[in-house]
Design a binder for this molecule. Structure first.
Ligand SMILES: [Zn+2]
Ligand SMILES: [Zn+2]
Length: 236
C-alpha cells in the first residue's frame, strides 16, 4: 500500500465515457493511455468513477464527493431508463416521475414513478435495490434478490449488469463454488458491458479490460480442469 500525489493528473477532467484510461506502472508513475483517436484540440478525459454505476448514482457520488454535477457527454445525453415498472416492465424515465400528494410519512420523500398504465412505484425502492446491487458479492446468490433486480431494472442497464458482475466475480476467487451459470455469465459479461456502455467498453475502461483478461484466464483454467478430470488446474 502507498499514497501518491499527482498534481498534473488532477488537471484531467472526468468523462463517464472517457478517451483515456489510467494505471500505475511498475515505477509508481501514473500512466494515461488513449483508447481512441483524439483530434488536436479535443479535451483529454478520464473516468473518476466506476462507469458502470447508474446515472443517478454517478451524479450522487460526484455531488457528495467531488462537489460537482457531471454534465459530461454521456451524462448529458443519457436519459435514465435503467428503471422499469415492476408490474408491466415499461422503461421509466424522468417523464414518469411524480410527487405524491399529500406528502406522506417522514421516511418517504414523496417521489414515485407512474408508468403509462398507472402502476405506481416508490423511487426509494429503486434506490435501495441499486445500493444492494453493489454488495452482491457479500450478499451471495439469493434467488429472490436476483428475481427482484430483474423485475425493477432493465436487462441491458448498468444496475443489473453490476449486480450480476459482482455476483459472478465473487466466485472467481473460489473456483469450487463456480457453477455453469457463473461460467455462462462470465462469458457473456464483455458483450453485456458493450451493450450497457456503448461499443468496445473494454477498450474504453481499463478496469473492464483487466477483468475481461481475468475471465479469459479463468475460463481457460476451467476447461483445462474439465479435460484433466477431477485433478486441480494447479497440478503439473
Ligand atoms: Zn458523466
Ligand atoms: Zn406498469
Amino acid at each position: 500500500m502507498g499514497l501518491g500525489i499527482f498534481p498534473t493528473a488532477t488537471l484531467i477532467n472526468n468523462n463517464c465515457a472517457p478517451n483515456t484510461y489510467f494505471y500505475m506502472d511498475n515505477y509508481g508513475m501514473m500512466v494515461y493511455r488513449s483508447n481512441q483517436d483524439i483530434k488536436a484540440g479535443d479535451e483529454v478525459t478520464t473516468n473518476y468513477l466506476d462507469p458502470l454505476q447508474s446515472l443517478t448514482r454517478r451524479r450522487e457520488i460526484f455531488f457528495k464527493e467531488f462537489n460537482m454535477f457531471c454534465e459530461c457527454s454521456r451524462c448529458a445525453t443519457m436519459v435514465n431508463t435503467e428503471n422499469q415498472c415492476p408490474t408491466c416492465s415499461q422503461a421509466l424515465g424522468k417523464q414518469n416521475l411524480r410527487t405524491w400528494e399529500p406528502q406522506p410519512a417522514s421516511d418517504f420523500d414523496g417521489q414515485v414513478y407512474i408508468c403509462d398504465k398507472g402502476h405506481t412505484t416508490m423511487t426509494m425502492a429503486y434506490e435501495m435495490l441499486e445500493e444492494l446491487s453493489g454488495y452482491a458479492d457479500q450478499v451471495g446468490h439469493l434467488p429472490h434478490i436476483e428475481a427482484t433486480m430483474q423485475k425493477y431494472f432493465q436487462s441491458v442497464g448498468t444496475v443489473w449488469l453490476r449486480y450480476i458482475r459482482y455476483e459472478a466475480l465473487s466466485k472467481v476467487d473460489n473456483m469450487l463454488r463456480l457453477n455453469s451459470k457463473t461460467v455462462e455469465t462470465i462469458e457473456r459479461l464483455p458483450q453485456m458491458d458493450d451493450a450497457a456502455l456503448g461499443i468496445n467498453a473494454r477498450y474504453l475502461v481499463h478496469g473492464l479490460y483487466k477483468e475481461a483478461y481475468k475471465y479469459t484466464m479463468l475460463l481457460y483454467l476451467l476447461k483445462e480442469k474439465k479435460k484433466n478430470g477431477s485433478s486441480s488446474p494447479s497440478q503439473q
